[in-house]
Design a protein around this ligand. Structure first.
Ligand code: CMP
Length: 140
């Protein structure tokens, strides 16, 4: 099966606790390769645009405030079945419901401070990758 790509964010709760390496190691051990990576401070405008589908949800404002509260690491991950592989290693959105051995079960603090974001489909992966990366920044 050909390698595909997905988009990942290491969230402010993880960068604050110096867990960038720990998260990346779990991604790599799950068979994903980091083919692009940059540490950024998201602007409010960027976070609102990125999470636009959640605009009407009650947690939207808190989510945007949290995602702009500290550095994040945006990444492009490559591997076989990358979207699903990444979702499997991330675990459930709420760490209380995540399986042992997943990033969210082992490292996350709460449903909001849940350490990582990952694309939920190949189509959204393409949109999210394009949101943060120019093609020449991705080196496979
Ligand atoms: P993420 O995959 O980044 O996409 C949207 C985020 O909203 C989600 O992860 C959660 O961290 C966050 N969030 C905060 N509160 C909730 C909630 N009640 N239900 C779902 N997602 C939530």
């Amino acid at each position: 099966m050909a390698a595909t790509r997905t988009f990942s964010i290491i969230k402010p709760d993880a960068t604050r606790r110096n867990l960038t390496g720990a998260v990346t190691r779990m991604l790599e051990e799950a068979g994903l390769r980091v083919v692009a990576s940059k540490r950024i401070l998201m602007s409010r405008e960027q976070a609102e645009g990125f999470y636009g589908v959640h605009r009407e949800r009650p947690f939207f404002n808190d989510l945007v405030t949290f995602m702009t509260s500290g550095p994040v690491v945006v990444q492009v991950l490559e591997g076989e079945n990358a979207v699903q592989r990444n979702r499997d290693v991330m675990g459930a959105t709420n760490p209380e419901n995540a399986e042992p051995g997943t990033i969210r079960k082992e490292l996350a603090e709460s449903i909001e401070a849940n350490s990582v974001h990952g694309s939920d489909s190949e189509e959204n992966a393409r949109i999210e990758i394009d949101f943060f990366f120019k093609p020449e920044e991705i080196v496979g």
